[in-house]
Design a protein. Sequence first.
Length: 148
Amino acid sequence: MTSGNEIILALEEQVGCYRRLARLTEAQREHVQRSNMEALLEVLKNRQEILDQLARLEGVIKPVKARWTEFLGEIDTENRAKAEQMVGEARRLLEEIMAADRTDALALQQRKLNVGRQIHLASGAKKINRNYANAAYGQRKSNVDIQQ
């Protein structure tokens, strides 16, 4: 069984991870806004490393979360307050991170749609130009003999 102190340390480390994720989320937003995809990929790689750490920490914390009220009754008042504060901060940071991720995903989706529209417009303009040229000058035969 994990001791109260180990849980408190895991909670502190978890909050530290969420703080780092929040900072990376700010960098991610900037890279999304500037369409700096190479830097964005680096941020996502760093985020994944932190998510791996969080998964490890969740393995330590999860059994206690299942009996959270009981756990709080087992530890001293100071650690109880600290544990509750860290869980609250982790929840708040996670909500902020998820909201920022949704915003960035929408921005990327909108950019994708815009690029698709631009491609469609460009191909439509190419057809219009080709049709105009054919109507104005007629079909031209190629001077290149591909039979040889």
